[in-house]
Design a protein around this ligand. Structure first.
Ligand code: ATP
Ligand code: MG
Length: 300
């Protein structure tokens, strides 16, 4: 029987969500009766709690060291296969600015963008724009600027969420894309059914993500959905992903599609979107985890 460790918890702001994802994955893998599964609560950004002789690691960490290439590098060094992308793809996807650069280079459509520093006096793009810290997830520090009078306040709010204290730190400024929001799970190079995110008020921020039960997640089908799946696979390949990645989109009222971001360690709670999409293909929650685990690898 293969020995599998599920890493969960971690030290990022997403610790609680990760404990929930990890518990679900742990129970799902155990229910398959084909693995010897250990749950590991990661408390200090190290592999200290990892048992000896593990054949594969299921990464259920979100944010920080668990998603930015840190745990991936530590596992590479020990030649232990793990779920999800390797070091470089994880590091690129974690940084929204690097992601824009790579996707642009590979002609994957994204919204127009620019950069601002701590004293940039006005938006580098025509309003409305969205300002974002490059790397600190969960919509913290993200806001829409519609009125030039709000620029300084929104710029400063984004910098307040930037963990780097470097004087030359930058934030991402992105053209606001009106319209609808979608997400596509790409697993082992194949796009799963597209899910629309219908948030009240059209903005899927922190409140909508974690505190609102008014957000709806219908499946989206047809020719446009297929086009989106193709773009999702292009984005996955452009960044060099493997295993699982969730690609988030906006679609304008004209039907133009833009990749917003890639999540290389997406949620696995009972209401998370990757398992929901996999279950639409006929898999059980446990089988979704198993398909992802089957392609566990390290950077060779
Ligand atoms: N360019 C944009 N145009 C319109 N809405 C946007 C744009 N960028 C972000 N948003 C809205 O803000 C939300 C959060 O933005 P984004 O997904 O880039 O960061 P995040 O959710 O903080 O990152 P993570 O998913 O890693 O937590 C999006 O889901 C979307 O609703
Ligand atoms: Mg997001």
């Amino acid at each position: 029987m293969k020995k599998v460790a599920v890493l969960m918890g971690g030290t990022s702001s997403e610790r609680e969500v990760s404990l929930s994802s990890g518990k679900n994955v742990y129970e799902a893998l155990r229910s398959l009766n084909k693995y010897e599964v250990t749950a590991v609560d990661v408390k200090d950004d190290s592999l200290a709690g990892l048992p000896e002789g593990v054949d594969a690691v299921y990464i259920a960490l979100h944010g920080g060291w668990g998603e930015n290439g840190g745990v991936q590098a530590a596992l590479n060094a020990r030649k232990i296969p793990y779920t999800g992308p390797g070091v470089l793809a994880s590091a690129i996807a974690m940084d929204k600015i690097k992601t824009k650069m790579v996707l642009g280079m590979k002609n994957v459509p994204t919204a127009e963008w620019g950069l601002a520093n701590r004293d940039t006096a006005s938006s580098p793009l025509p309003l409305p724009v969205v300002v974002k810290p490059p790397a600190d997830g969960s919509s913290v520090g993200i806001s829409k600027v519609s009125d030039a009078a709000d620029w300084v306040k929104c710029r400063d709010a984004a910098f307040a969420a930037v963990s780097s204290k470097e004087a030359d730190a930058t934030i991402l400024v992105e053209e606001f894309v009106p319209g609808r929001e979608f997400t596509v799970a790409v697993v082992n190079g194949v796009a799963w059914p597209v899910i629309e995110i219908v948030a009240k008020g059209g903005w899927y921020g922190y409140e909508e993500k974690y505190n609102s039960d008014e957000t709806k997640y219908p499946f989206f089908e047809g020719a446009e959905a297929e086009k989106m799946q193709k773009i999702a696979v292009d984005a996955y390949n452009a960044v060099g992903c493997r295993g699982v990645t969730r690609v988030d989109f906006r679609m304008s009222p004209m039907g133009r599609m833009y990749v917003l971001e890639l999540n290389t360690s997406p949620g696995f709670t009972s209401h998370s979107l990757v398992p929901k999409s996999g279950m639409k293909t006929g898999l059980s929650f446990a089988e979704v985890c198993d398909v992802i685990l089957s392609k566990a690898d390290y950077d060779r």
